[in-house]
Structure formats: C-alpha cells, structure tokens
Ligand binder design. Sequence first.
Ligand code: SAH
Ligand code: TMP
Ligand code: ZN
Length: 420
Amino acid sequence: MKKRPGARVSTIRHMDRRCRVCGGELREFVDLGRQPTANGFLRPDETDGEYFFRLAAAACADCAMAQLVDEVPQERRYHGGYRYHASGSAGHRKHFEENALRLLETELAGPDPFVVEIGCNDGVMLSTIARAGVRHLGVEPSANVAELARAKGVEVLTEFFDERTAAGVRARHGAADVVFGANTICHIAHVASVFRGIDALLAPGGVFVFEEPYLGTVVERTAFDQIYDEHVFYFSVTSVRAMARRFGFELVDAERIPLHGGEIRYTLARPGARVPSPAVEELLAEERERGLSEPGTLDRFRGRVERIRDELVALLRDLRAQGRRVVGYGAPGKSTTVTNYCGIGPDLIPFVCDSTPSKQGHLVPGSHLPVRPPEAFADPYPDYAVLFAWNHADEIMAKERAFRESGGRWILYVPEVRIV
Ligand code: SAH
Ligand code: TMP
Ligand code: ZN
C-alpha cells in the first residue's frame, strides 16, 4: 500500500488551549466529533489507518478570535497531493481575474510593482498578473498545484509562508507593494510568524489584502460545514482588527464579497499609512448589534447545527425507506465535515459526483462515499441530490437543469434542511 503523505505525524493538541493570536482563554462552542482531514481523499485500498482528530471550535474570551481547538500539522494538510484546485469553478476564475485586474489598476499601478500571493494554488489569481507582465511571486507549499500555476506562467516558490520564507523573498525580490491571500490566511496556525513575515516583506506604503470565510456567515447561515481541519481561524471584523493591532498593523478596509456563500476581504496597512474606510466601523457596529462575539450567539449556533444533523439524517433515512435514490453533488471539504458529523455513509448516499479529476475514483475521507465524475449523475438521474457544493448552487443548478426537469429534487441543508 502506498504510504500517505505525512503518515507518522500526529495531531497537534493545542497544548494549553490558549488563543493562537493573543494567548487568551478559549471557550469551545461546537464539537463536530472525530473527523479526518477534509481533503484527505482516499483510494478504495487506502482506508486502513486513516487519520482522525477531534474537530472542535472555540472563541477567545479576550480577542474574540474563533479557531479550532486541536489542529492537524500543516504538512499533512498541504503536500504534493493537495486536491483543491481553485480554478475548478467558473465563478472562482471570474472572481480572481477581477481581483487581479482591480489590483493592477490600483495598488499595482506604480512603477515596477511587486505582488506576493500566499497560497496561490493553481494560479487562479496570479495568472492574470503574470499575463500583464507584472512582477509577482506565489508562495505555495502544495507542489502539485504550484506546478499547475507554473504552467500558466506564474512564478512560484514551493514553501510554507512564514517569517523565514518572507525574509528570503524580501532579500531576493525586494519589498512587496501588495501581499495577497485568499482562503489561505485562515489556514495558517502560526499567525505571529505570518505577521512578522508581512512586516519584513511589505513596502512602507504597501497593503496586506486577504479574503476569507466569515464567522458572521458561518453563524448566520449555520454553515457549520465551513469548519474543517484546514480552516484554523474563523475571522470576523472584530477579531481581525484586534489581530492587526496586536501585530502592528491597522485594519483600513473590510468589504463583503459573495465567494463561498459570503466572505470578507480585509485590507491591512501600517498604522497611519492609510485613511480607514467607514466600512470598518460599520461592519464592527453590525457585529456588535448581532452579538457575534457573545457566547450565547455561539451556543445557539451549536443548537441549530445539531438540529440540521438530526433533520438531515431523518430525511435521508426516510427517503431510503421509501426506496428513493439519493446521491451527493460536489465533494468539497465541506462534504467531509457534514457526512462525518452526521454519520452519513454509502448506505444513505451511494456516491457523490464531483468535477475534480483527482477526487474521482477516490472516497470522501472518513465517510467513504465514492466520488464519481459528473457524468455519473445523469446515468440515470437520482430522485434526490444532496448539494454539498451549495456555495456553487447557481452554477451547478444551471448546469444540471435537466435533473430538475426530469423530476429530480435538490436537498439543501444550509441554512436549514429543505428540498427544492
Ligand atoms: N487562493 C486560492 C486557494 C485557496 S486553498 C483560493 O482562494 O481558492 C489554500 C491554499 O493555501 C492551498 O493551496 C495551500 O497549499 C496553501 N497554503 C496552506 N498553508 C500555507 C502557507 N503557510 N503558506 C502559503 N500557502 C499555504
Ligand atoms: P469549494 O466549495 O471548496 O469551492 O469546492 C467545490 C467542489 O465542488 C469542488 O470539489 C468541485 C465541485 N464542483 C463540481 O463538481 N461541479 C461544479 O459545477 C462546481 C462549480 C464545483
Ligand atoms: Zn485571543
């Protein structure tokens, strides 16, 4: 049997369970049980000795940062067999092309600009920058996706970003006008080292821009499937402002963006370098009004998560009892959380289809639902399909219009269990 990457590394129990940002006391608010790594897709002959850890999230009593309690070592999460390819969705390609064009017109409009992207993945953002002939560097530890980026003309350093990597980049390429990250900064547990690296790398007037899943969305939509091993932090404007201050930066802009069901793009600068946008105060006030950082809010979230689990399992059992065929659509990291938390196995969902070639022929981690290509969906259409990739609902439902026309129905479970 082929050895899986990092097979001997064990879980990092977040020793004394203190906040990774400020050292404050952590209060656990949800326990999603024994879970594998969300993107640890297995070949059918690889299920022996599968890795599991306890997936639980907590919030810091001092700085409000929501985060995992235990974490999986980064080498086990990001390696030469990393399954997530950011360019897999047309929506993402468009979003990141627009992002790149906007940076080119604004922060990168000066003479000989330089941009560093942390976690550039397959080059979904930097390929546009490379085509424009602008100096750039992606820092991407997952060698397979880094190679895909290189094939698009993107310069990539196959390393984990930290203060040491940043110092090397600075020495070789000079200061960066922009350091960018998308759906990556929340993956990095060594947050103090990241900020020391940004400090070393960023030009005096430069900006650190990152867009990440939003705790406000997770709570509001009960999107508990955003919680998995890779997402170490669940940012809010409140917690990011505190984090920025702690590490010597200022939060100067915060903007809601529609990606992954609702994220926030944060802009950090050196203190006093930029006039903060009124959006920062507006979003902070909104979070205060909603009580986003209050324990009661997070306790109610847990109650809704448990209800979704009970209703989804009851529905799937009911459909099975009625002899209905149910399959899954999309095998994102989210599907690992949901199926393992709810105990959904191939007895309830015989397979999921997903467009990512490297997931096909494999099993969803832990729950071991087989992943098939999208063509399996229509062969023949099932009666019901659980939409695990619900953040791509518009794109997928449009593409699979014939499914509904044939009488098929979608099952959604965020923000609540319903059939559409
Ligand atoms: N930016 C893309 C990809 C996000 S997936 C998008 O928004 O869709 C997260 C990426 O971060 C992965 O490709 C992973 O390999 C990378 N990553 C994880 N830890 C990292 C670190 N310490 N430094 C740089 N990249 C990291
Ligand atoms: P994401 O939610 O993390 O972006 O992952 C989405 C998953 O859904 C990814 O594995 C690709 C898959 N997918 C499809 O199978 N078909 C589609 O049309 C889209 C947009 C995504
Ligand atoms: Zn804290």
